[in-house]
Design a protein around this ligand. Sequence first.
Ligand code: KG4
Ligand code: ZN
Length: 338
Amino acid sequence: MPVITLAIESSCDETSASILQNENVKSTIISSQYFHKEYGGIVPELASRAHIENISIIANNAIQKSGINIKDINLVAAAKGPGLIGSLLVGYNFAKGFAINNNLPFIGIDHIESHLFSCFIGKKEVHFPFIALVVSGGHTIIFLVKSYSEYKILGNTNDDAAGEAFDKAAKMLGLQYPGGPIIDELAQTGNKNFHQFPKSNIKGRPYDFSFSGIKTSMRYFLKENYPDIKNNLPLNDIAASFQEAVTGVLAQKTLQAAIDNNIKRIAVSGGVSANTGLRNKFNELQKKGYEIYFPEKIYSTDNAAMIGYNAFIKYRTNNFKINEDTIQDSAYARFRYI
Ligand code: KG4
Ligand code: ZN
C-alpha cells in the first residue's frame, strides 16, 4: 500500500500544503502573503492571522488537486521549526489535529533539513556523500552530508543570512519585500563589475559567512554616490554588483568545503538557491567535473512538498513506524554531528 502524505508548511509567510504518494509529489499549493510588502518586511502577528484564514482552504486545494481521496491519506507531517512560532503553530496544530481526528501517524519535521533534501524531489536516485549549501532568508549553512540521517554543519553565518542581506539591500535601494527575486531580475541586465562590494572572510573559519559588512558597505556606497536616492540610481548595475559579491562568497566557500573534503557533489537549496547568478556560478563547476543539484525553482522557497518528502524518507527509514526516535530525529537533526 503506498504511503499518502499530507504535508503542511507555515514557518514564515507562505501557507503551503502538499500531497505525496511515497516520495512522489502529487500536488503542492503555496500561498504567499503579499501584503507584507506594504510594511517592508514580515509582520509576524499578521502572518499568523493570515495562516489561520488560509490553512484549511490550502489543504483542501492540495487534496483536490492531487486527485486522491481524503480517506487514503495515511501519514501527516508539518514543519516544526525553525521559523516564526506563531506561524508554525497554525500549520503544525492544523496538521496534528487532522492526524488525531483521523487516527493517523504524525511527524513534526525540521524546516532546514527539508530544504537540504529538497534538491532530490523527483530524482530517481540520491548519491551520498555531498556538500550542501542551504541558503535562505534565515539561514546560510554549509553541510557535509553522508546519508539522510548523518550530516554535520561545516559552516554557518555569523550574522545576517544571505537572503536577509538581499532583502535589506533591496530595501535600501527602495525596492519591495522580498528583495531577493527583484535584485535577481534587475541584475540580469546589469554590469556586475560596476562596483566592488566587499566579499567578507572570517579569519580561521573558512566555511563561515558574514553579510553585515556588505550591508553597511551598500549604505555608505549609496550615501556617498547617490545622496538623492530617488533619482538616477543605476539599479541594474548596483543589483548585479551586489549579487556578484554575495553569490561569489557563497560559491567560493562551498567549493572550498567540497575540495577540502574531496567530494565532487554539491547540492544548493533554500530560497536564495532560486537566484540566477548563484545557479550560474555553481553550474560552471560542472565543467570541472562537479555534480550540481538544485531544487526545482518551486521547491527553492518555502513549500510543503519538501516537508512531505523528508517525512516520507524518515518514515521509510524507520520501517513505516512512528516512535520517539522518528520525532526526535526530525526535531534535533540540525544539531547532530557525524
Ligand atoms: O527559503 P525561504 O523561502 O524562506 C526561509 O526559510 O527563509 O527563503 C526566502 C529568502 C528571501 O530572503 C528571499 O529574498 C530569497 O529567499 N530569495 C531570493 C530569490 N528568491 C528568493 N534571493 C535571491 N534571488 C532570488 N531569486
Ligand atoms: Zn525556508
